[in-house]
Design a protein around this ligand. Structure first.
Ligand code: KG4
Ligand code: ZN
Length: 348
């Protein structure tokens, strides 16, 4: 089965061709530079860029995969959650292609797609062409951590296509915490990758920041208190930002607080639910310390760990296509061809 998948839920315009669990191509056009000027994603600008980029990105995905539109068996797109006017661009375009080709259309929940991206492994060959879905034959029940700029959640994935959300953030997402505390330090948007880089040469024990909800029995997260405590800390220690080493120490200390909460709560949920596998995806999972700490913690408690590979942590259409194919194979009921976007579609 050959599927064209489209993702435009936030600030990445992406199209991918997936065939029989293989990612034949995965083109991603990021708008990070455009939004950096404004310190965050501006929805109208994002939608305009999606409109401008979608056709070239889709053409490039088809070209890289070496197929023509007439060879497609189905079309998929992100239906939600996300920015309404951004989602609309990719979703409506995908429906139009499905209509024109008279092929099935699959609307996908963006977070559900993240749940399966850690099961996409790297075979040989070129970057996109080497990516292969491990398939549900390799599947194990798992606790999945999704951490991005907009979301932080723990999900129990009980079996193929069956999941239950255990907890999510009650205020800011972890990525937002990286970005906003970084902004206070004068770092460019999105600050997460820069904090990751600076923290490598910083002392994570230099400054002590709160670990919100770490000892709370539930699986919810909260990061706004940590953000506020960094704000007060900088208000009381403004000279610190004149010292490059102190900035590195601050980055390492803030990162340590975020990472400790994410790792400990994930491992606790995994132990409590009785699964033997932990998976993780989303932009923040690019963070090297977080990847290392998850590896150490899983090793210590005997969990198999599957981290989405970095190119699939951030938003991409490949994961949308992989999940769409699994849904088609499982004959899951599909939305009607004129279905609407669902910007507020949270996983249950
Ligand atoms: O999943 P994503 O590309 O977009 C959505 O938010 O949906 O995630 C972007 C987030 C941003 O907050 C960014 O700062 C964060 O992921 N991020 C990182 C790193 N790379 C990206 N945070 C910490 N360390 C990183 N290396
Ligand atoms: Zn995402």
């Amino acid at each position: 089965m050959t599927i064209l998948a489209i993702e435009t839920s936030c600030d990445e315009t992406s199209a991918a061709i997936v065939r029989d669990g293989k990612i034949l191509s995965n083109t991603v056009s990021s708008q990070i530079k455009l939004h950096a000027e404004y310190g965050g994603v501006v929805p109208e600008l994002a939608a305009r860029e999606h409109l401008r980029n979608l056709i070239p990105v889709a053409k490039s995905a088809l070209r890289d995969a070496g197929i023509s539109a007439t060879q497609l068996d189905a079309v998929a797109a992100t239906q939600g959650p996300g920015l309404g006017i951004a989602l609309l661009v990719g979703f409506k375009a995908a429906q139009a292609v499905a209509f024109a080709l008279n092929k099935p259309f699959v609307g996908i929940n963006h977070h559900e797609a993240h749940l399966y991206s850690p099961w996409i492994t790297r075979g040989g060959g070129a970057p996109a062409a080497g990516l292969l879905f491990a398939g549900f034959s390799a599947f194990q029940p798992n606790v999945s951590l999704i951490v991005s700029g907009g979301h932080t959640m723990l999900v129990l994935v009980e079996s193929e296509l069956k999941h239950r959300v255990l907890g999510s953030t009650i205020d800011d997402a972890a990525g937002e915490c990286f970005d906003k505390t970084g902004k206070m330090m004068g770092l460019a948007y999105p600050a997460g990758p820069e904090i990751d880089r600076l923290a490598e040469q910083g002392n994570p024990r230099a400054f002590n920041f709160p670990r919100p909800l770490l000892h709370d029995a539930g699986d919810d997260f909260s990061f706004s208190g940590l953000k506020t405590s960094v704000r007060y800390f900088l208000r009381d220690n403004p000279a610190l930002l004149d010292d490059a080493q102190k900035i590195r120490d601050l980055c390492a200390s803030v990162q340590a607080a975020i990472v400790e909460v994410l790792v400990k709560k994930t491992i606790r949920a995994a132990n409590r639910t009785g699964v033997r596998c932990v998976t993780a995806s989303g932009g923040v999972i690019c963070n090297r310390t977080l990847r290392r700490e998850l590896e150490l913690a899983c090793k210590k408690d005997g969990f198999t760990l599957r981290l989405a590979e970095k190119s699939l942590c951030t938003d991409n259409a490949a994961m949308i296509g992989i999940l769409a194919e699994q849904k088609l194979l499982a004959k899951v009921p599909l939305p009607p061809l004129d279905a609407e976007i669902q910007p507020g579609w949270e996983l249950a």
